[in-house]
Design a protein around this ligand. Structure first.
Ligand code: SAM
Ligand code: SF4
Ligand code: SF4
Length: 334
């Protein structure tokens, strides 16, 4: 049964967070002052097992989901993660992908490919070690992430996409070097506007470098022209280098909200379903899974949640909404 929400949006895309833990402490996502040594991460028994995730994923696919993105936290820090890929890749007609910080990618690329993963998105915010280390806040070097990307390409996890969050005052000087470098490499680079996810990153509108600003900066040196979206509801606005040397994307979640076509649901590591990245509250599915609910009952519950969905946070964003007690990005994934 195909689902439609109150704003006539179908359910197509499921993002699954497999852990709330991470080996980085990106300042815009898991600032060290909050996610320090005393921070209480979820216990193993609180997070969904691979069997539970796969069972839910199948039910979602039955509702029209055609794309599943695994995220976190950092998915590759979850023990035996490639096993989950192997289980999910058995579900037919699903575009299965992964977002990772790349730190453990070189080591895992071949196993992930063998398990059935098709492609991967790697996050990298700068090519300059001083800037990158100030952003990941765990002294992790750029070269290791590039090594991970290259390993992914070598085993055929392509096309590879690179995510760069741009925060004013931190890494806007890295926009052009990143564009030049990944144009040369032939990887699709996507710039993400810094968002007010969660309530710990101290977001201010002034910290956002707009997609428009990013595109004009690149265009002045390497002329760009717009490309049509690959499909309705695509998050990134696509641009092609006029000389045919590749493309870049901009994700303008703050300055050009795309809620009207948003078809994404998010499942947190502990099995709560969120119908918006900026949701304050999720819907618990772990209890259902662990208390003997049938597939049909779970399916009905998903339909009920989606049919009531009215989220359009980015269209309504204001000074008042930014301070709401929203769920953290590391909890439900990007
Ligand atoms: N750890 C993995 C990674 O970094 O790729 C996956 C999870 S991470 C939460 C998913 C994506 O969200 C990353 O590309 C990250 O850069 C982005 N992200 C995190 N916090 C953000 C924020 N405040 N604004 C915009 N993007 C953010
Ligand atoms: Fe970890 Fe990804 Fe968040 Fe950075 S953006 S802290 S790598 S979950
Ligand atoms: Fe979708 Fe919520 Fe983002 Fe709007 S704010 S695009 S509804 S996740």
């Amino acid at each position: 049964m195909k689902l439609i929400d109150t704003l006539n949006r179908p359910l197509r895309d499921l993002r699954i967070s497999v852990t709330d833990r991470c080996n980085f402490r990106c300042v815009y996502c898991m600032p060290k002052e909050i996610f320090g040594p005393d921070y209480q991460f979820l216990r193993r028994d609180q997070i969904l097992t691979f069997e539970e995730i796969t069972r839910l994923a199948r039910i979602f696919v039955g509702h029209g989901v055609g794309k599943i993105r695994l995220t976190g936290g950092e998915p590759l820090v979850r023990k035996d993660f490639p096993q989950l890929i192997a289980m999910l890749s058995e579900i037919p007609d699903v575009d299965l992908t992964l977002t990772t910080n790349g730190a453990l990618l070189a080591k895992n690329a071949q196993t992930l490919k063998d398990a059935g993963l098709k492609r991967v998105t790697v996050s990298l915010d700068s090519l300059d070690n001083e800037i990158f280390k100030a952003m990941n806040d765990v002294d992790f070097p750029v070269e290791k992430v590039i090594e991970g990307m290259d390993a992914a390409v070598a085993v055929g996890l392509t096309p590879i996409k690179v995510n760069m969050v741009v925060k004013r005052g931190l890494n806007e000087a890295s926009i052009l070097p990143m564009a030049r470098f990944f144009r040369e490499k032939g990887y699709i680079l996507r710039f993400i506007e810094y968002m007010d996810v969660g309530h710990t990153n101290g977001w201010r509108m002034n910290d956002v470098v707009s997609a428009k600003e990013i595109v004009s900066l690149i265009h002045a040196e390497m002329p760009l022209e717009p490309l049509d979206p690959n499909y309705r509801g695509e998050v990134a606005e696509r641009w092609r280098y006029k000389d045919g040397s590749g493309e870049v994307g901009v994700i303008a979640s703050v300055t050009q909200a795309f809620c009207s076509t948003c078809n994404r649901a998010r499942l947190s590591a502990e099995g709560s379903l969120y119908t918006c990245l900026f949701a304050v509250k999720g819907h618990d599915f772990r209890d259902l899974l662990r208390n003997g609910a049938t597939d049909e009952e779970i399916s009905k519950q998903i339909a009920l949640v989606w049919s009531k969905r009215a989220d359009r946070y980015s269209e309504l964003r204001s000074e008042n909404t930014t301070s709401l007690p929203k769920v953290e990005m590391s909890h439900i994934g990007g």
